[in-house]
Design a protein around this ligand. Structure first.
Ligand code: SF4
Length: 101
């Protein structure tokens, strides 16, 4: 498995594009796809957010406050089965796959 390159993660909202005022961080929607093989990496990384059910990971909550541990779990999953989306926009927050430079 290839290591993913370091890169900045988009966890802090840029603010309101019209007013320039900072905005409250939105909530994130968590999913675990059927690609999960039950390695438990996400549970060890972010136990507060994931647990194993019948040998496979499941989010403890559908939506959560933004947390770096959730991103870490998504980035560390060997199957890229942990998916994190902005709950309002459905834009994928993690894992982010970068192409070749
Ligand atoms: S790290 Fe990925 S493969 Fe392992 S239990 Fe979590 S979702 Fe499943």
């Amino acid at each position: 498995m290839e290591a993913r390159p370091d890169r900045p993660l988009p966890r802090t909202p840029a603010g309101d594009v019209v007013s320039g005022e900072p905005t409250e961080p939105g909530r994130w929607r968590l999913e675990v796809t059927t690609d999960c093989v039950g390695s438990g990496m996400c549970v060890m990384t972010a136990r507060r957010y994931f647990h194993l059910v019948d040998g496979y990971s499941r989010p403890r909550h559908d939506e959560v406050e933004p947390d770096d541990n959730v991103v870490a779990a998504a980035e560390l999953c060997p199957m890229s089965a942990v998916r994190v989306f902005d709950a309002d926009t459905s834009v994928e927050v993690a894992p982010l796959v970068t192409g070749d430079p």
